[in-house]
Design a binder for this molecule. Sequence first.
Ligand code: IYT
Ligand code: CU
Ligand code: CU
Length: 396
Amino acid sequence: MALVVISLVLGLCVGAFSAPAPDTPKQIDLLMPHVQPKVPDTYLCHGMKLNSSATYITGFIPNANMNIAHHMLLYGCTSPGMKKPVWNCGEMASDSSMFDTAPTCASGAKILYAWAMDAPSLSLPKDVAFAVGGDTDIKYLVLQVHYKNVTTFLPPQNGNDTSGLNLITQKNKLPRRAGVYLMGTGGRIKPKSTVFMETACKFDSNLEIHPFAFRTHTHTLGRVVSGYRIRDGKWTEIGRMNPQKPQMFYNVTTPNLTVKPGDILAARCTMLNDRDTTVNIGATQNDEMCNFYIMYYVDGKTIMDDNYCFTSGPPNWSWENFGQGDLALEDMPDTVSLPPGSSEPLEEGKDDVARDDESLESILDNLQPRELEELYEELAEEGKDNDLNGYYYGGY
Ligand code: IYT
Ligand code: CU
Ligand code: CU
């Protein structure tokens, strides 16, 4: 009897005061408005202003033809690069006079989602959402599409494109909030060498974060990008990827890993420069980048405000220079520079690459007499000085 009364009262209370209006998920389409880029490797951006009340994004459904869109990135911006429906944006904005050129975001850029051809789709874990609009610092969503091949837009086809995303959204809050933490470096990569670009930061947010996906980004020289949590001197892999594979968000290597105050986050890009010139970090395809993104959730609605971990990179900075605690470099896994699927970790250095990738003659032809002498001595130690016969003596 008492039970019946209690449940009746409870039922009434719930009915009267807190019945959550069933929040029907709403699909928001963010699609290119029938664009016709005519120049290969065009990056187009399409923006959307968000409401003054917050929206919660729980899923992304790509809507793209992979013969047309090479990759797509969804950004949250505080202000967009341009307040027009479409503009030419992106790292290496090719000059296509049809569109005005501007950055993706004018301020407050955050990557929320990435799609690339043949990539598996990413769904956020249960109860997790990105909060956008309202009083968050994301006031706009901007879709960036890379059109690598544009033949379908040229005569005789004269096609147009509406690639983009269907966002699964709702207006009711969810218990967990998603965010993206970005690690990267500046620096430069010497010619004919394998170079490590490294970053590390003491995690001093007072939140505990739950990484669930990661994304790597380099241009053409990246061979491996790997990221770790170091807790009490123990290294745990968050993710490791060949950045020449589709650069989207993949599930973390170690599920259920958390990062809490006092932990250290570390990432390394192993770059192989087979060019004759030094390559700098920069925006064009002839420059490089070294990025490791961590997508995470936190319980509750507070999200970290400091979402970056950048160092100056080589030659000025490496893990050896970390000064905010013990990186325990002696316990670093031996897979840090191991390309997934390979059995040979890449080693930092100059000569290996040069000797493997180019004929000895062409290298020797470019050496100064002093350098030639050093190389000769080095090879003599390895018992390989015969390779140089005719050069060392006859060269100068
Ligand atoms: C110099 C560098 O590393 N640029 C990267 C990382 C980056 C991302 C965002 C820098 C800023 C940002 O607001 I978001 I400042 C970079 O440009 N990475 C490219 C995208 O253009 C974001 C990438 O695909 O990861
Ligand atoms: Cu692309
Ligand atoms: Cu880049």
